[in-house]
Design a protein around this ligand. Sequence first.
Ligand code: SF4
Ligand code: MG
Length: 336
Amino acid sequence: MTPFLSVRDLYVRFATEDGTVRAVDGLSFTLERGRTLGIVGESGSGKSVTNLAVLGLHDPRTTEIRGEVLLDGQELTGAPESVLEKLRGNKVAMVFQDSLTALSPYYTVGRQIAEPYRKHTGASRREARLRAVEMLRRVGITDPALRVDDYPHQFSGGMRQRAMIAMALVCDPELLIADEPTTALDVTVQAQILDLLKELQQQTGAAIVLVTHDLGVVAGTVDDLLVMYAGRAVEQGPVREVLRAPRHPYTWGLLGSMPRLSSDVGQPLTPIPGTPPSLLAPPPGCPFHPRCAYAASVAEDRCRTERPSLPPGRGAACHLGEERQRSVFAERIRPR
Ligand code: SF4
Ligand code: MG
């Protein structure tokens, strides 16, 4: 059976004044209905670009996209704008990080929820307004019939994020792309929003792609995890396995730079040394090698010359090999 969403060998390149940016460099993944895929990595790792490419939201004059994006069997790369336009906000919807820029300050929250509904279903103003009230109720806004006429600035940050989710879900999308949906919120509200997404998913069976730089966000939320670095997937697998026994040195770094338990709070975090590479000229071989403490231990300088490939299913794109990944993690990473 073909998966609901299938991305195969996706390449995204931008032309800039300084040269070509290889934002996504050969990415593949699949996602089934009712499941959530977490895509995690530092900023500039290609997470958001991947999603925009899936939605066809790039400027074709400056962006080259190669590869295959199949949604429910329909090819999206190179699909005409009219086809994509029909999908967006309807079968596929997106929730962004920043509700202040995604919601217009000039229109009421209700109108902004009702608008895509009218556009895609042809509902009347009255029906769409009722639908907006219903959506606000579903995302947990108290007194939705009153709040529907509020402007975004009359909502708190958490409420605006709920309103954005209502807007995204108003046409019952089958795929929801949530890009850093909780980054601007405090921890308590973050947890509420993630719970809400999961609850709505259980009701609708939608597939969700959750993009985040924060491994703490994915732990209780996603089913599968894809770790991205420099436009490539470096590790993937069921989230529990990746978090319990991560195999890629970059994932070890990500885990080391976040507080894992409440008892860790106050403990110094270990940031990953160095910075992500320029995507104008990504390093040859393994893109992580300039920052990797284990590159020198791999024979024949392979890390600097040979691009490691990501095995399908559970695995990491790393020349250390599974055996050494396991032993290094058990002996040197976990005890910290
Ligand atoms: Fe480090 Fe080499 Fe593995 Fe890349 S392939 S993560 S440089 S050990
Ligand atoms: Mg981003």
